[in-house]
Write a protein that binds this ligand. Structure first.
Ligand SMILES: C[S@@+](CC[C@H](N)C(=O)[O-])C[C@H]1O[C@@H](n2cnc3c(N)ncnc32)[C@H](O)[C@@H]1O
Length: 439
């Protein structure tokens, strides 16, 4: 039986009293800046959410859509065993790196120099189809792969076999160095912005000397280990934790029934953001190019993806408010509403339903999941995501409620200038939905 879950009313009051900001500070610093994920929430929110839920050291806290790992980092720092899943290997890498606790700046600098020495003895050549060649010069790409090989052979093996970064998340300490390498390399990649801030495309590969790249890697390791040391100061010393981050699909949680004390998470919103395009450079660094089968498979499994899957989900299993929304969308006069957009939203809510059902399965009786979501619009039709998740939860047997509603000004949907048309009458909010498993 889960301890101290409290009532949803008390939880709502707790969050309201704290008047917390769900959004992270505009300018992120320290570990929060390691990967400025487009749609993350703040560490303060996770801390207050856990306090409001009555979390204690020793609780198992899950984030099935873990992104850059705010939940896993904060829960772990509070003495909980955190479990984070994400479908995107880049997100999982960052979240894993934030769990590392063995570094101090001197130790990390020593190891980074060791990697460079090992890389110098490595004869490995770059495959002609290496996706990093789209972004970096052949020379920098070769150096990158050799340093990566050194990190994985010294720190990133499981049962004597090097971790395959395309399909596995390395343990935290090697994830930390791989992330430093990726971030250093990004400084050498030529990026071209786009009106959509989640898109980056290569402009032309830069060409730089190997020594310059090595120096950038060492500098990045120094910066990130200073960040990690600072973050470690906030860590509870009550108990040593057993937190993990891995690649998994939130629709098929690889967890035992009734094993989780609390969930704090933020599912992808219904705003057609392509998290995979947004991480195209980092995915290429992990060996996943934009034209390959793996990239396509990842994008297709992502919730809210623009790719249409072959099978059409059953609308009948949705709660009536979702069915009404889908009906309004399909009847909208604008182009492709009754075809593509109807199916897009149906696919989203089918993924949401399957994931929420899975959350219900893994939560302990009486335990609560907190979902942070943002409302949006389809053309002029409001999509009140918080209320819809709440209805979905109720349909699946949870006690559910929007426990906090925060109006928001600038939202992701506005990156499309045409979406500005009806702006005056529009109202957006960010909601915290609580889904409590009935005891
Ligand atoms: C809104 S973000 C989460 C942000 C996170 N709370 C943070 O603070 O960084 C949603 C995440 O869900 C992930 N995602 C999308 N589809 C998924 C799926 N089917 N299974 C697991 N994760 C998925 C995306 O890759 C993205 O990282």
């Amino acid at each position: 039986m889960s301890k101290g879950t409290g009532t949803l009313t008390t939880l709502g009051r707790h969050l309201e009293r704290r008047a917390i900001s769900l959004k992270p500070a505009v300018k992120r610093v320290g570990v929060d800046a390691w990967f400025p994920y487009y749609a993350g929430y703040s560490s303060v929110f996770v801390r207050e959410a856990l306090a409001g839920l009555g979390a204690e050291p020793g609780w198992t806290v899950l984030d099935p859509w873990n992104g850059a790992g705010t939940t896993t980092a904060v829960a772990d720092a509070n003495g909980c065993d955190a479990i984070g899943f994400d479908i995107n290997p880049v997100a999982a890498l960052v979240a894993a790196a934030r769990l590392e606790r063995s570094s101090n700046t001197a130790h990390s600098a020593g190891l980074a120099n060791e990697f460079l020495a090992v890389a110098g003895r490595n004869e490995l050549d770059v495959a002609s189809d290496d996706p990093l060649l789209e972004w970096l010069s052949p020379r920098v790409t070769r150096r990158y792969r050799r340093i990566e090989g050194a990190i994985l052979s010294l720190l990133g093996t499981k049962d004597g076999v090097k971790v395959n970064l395309q399909s596995e998340t390395p343990p935290p300490f090697s994830a930390f160095f791989i992330l430093c390498l990726v971030r250093a390399a990004k400084q050498f990649a030529r990026m071209k912005g786009n009106s959509n801030p989640t898109w980056v495309t290569p402009e032309r590969p830069g060409d730089t000397r190997t020594e310059t790249f090595d120096r950038a890697f060492l500098a990045m390791v120094a910066t990130c280990s200073a960040d990690a040391e600072k973050a470690a100061l906030a860590r509870s010393s009550v108990r040593s934790t057993a937190s993990t981050v891995s690649l998994a699909d939130a629709r098929e949680l690889p967890l035992e029934d009734a094993s989780i004390d609390a969930v704090v998470t933020s599912p992808p919103y219904c705003t057609r953001i392509d998290y995979f395009r947004a991480t195209a450079f980092e995915l290429a660094a992990l060996g996943i190019g934009p034209d390959g089968e793996r990239f396509r498979a990842l994008r297709s499994g992502a919730m809210g993806t623009n790719l249409m899957r072959r099978t059409t989900p059953d609308v009948g299993s949705q709660p009536s408010v979702v069915r009404q929304l889908l009906k309004r969308i399909s009847k909208h006069p604008s182009k492709a509403s009754s075809t593509y957009y109807y199916k897009h939203y149906l696919q989203y809510f089918d993924d949401a339903r399957r994931s929420v059902a899975g959350i219900g399965r893994v939560l302990k009786p009486g335990a609560t999941a907190l979902l942070v979501v943002q409302s949006s619009y389809y053309k002029d039709i409001p999509v009140p995501l918080g209320d819809l998740y709440s209805a979905l939860g109720e349909e699946l047997g949870f006690r559910s409620r929007v426990v906090l509603r925060v109006p928001v000004r600038r939202v992701l949907a506005l990156i499309n200038p045409r979406a500005m048309q009806h702006e005056a009458e529009r109202w957006y909010s960010e909601d915290v939905v609580a889904l409590q498993r009935v005891a």
